[in-house]
Design a protein. Structure first.
Length: 77
């Protein structure tokens, strides 16, 4: 479980990344795809290799499900 607040850098991963919004709202900006807006109880999986960045205008609590070796800002920025 973590807190998102502000803009993360655009990045991608070699594996899928699951976001579960626990509380609050945030969006996931996806390169070449529509932005996904998340609110409490929403789940979204960013497929491996898709450049994305979470953005939270106000603090939002999120559960991320990913392998333990996943780099926070991706494999390539």
């Amino acid at each position: 479980m973590g807190t998102l607040h502000g803009e993360f850098p655009c990045h991608d991963h070699d594996e899928d990344e699951l976001f579960l919004c626990w509380d609050g709202t945030f969006r996931i900006e996806l390169e070449g795809r529509d932005t996904v807006t998340m609110s409490a109880d929403d789940v979204y999986v960013v497929p491996r290799g898709v450049r994305h960045r979470p953005v939270a205008d106000e603090p939002a609590h999120v559960l991320l499900v990913e392998p333990t070796e996943t780099e926070q800002y991706g494999n390539r920025q």
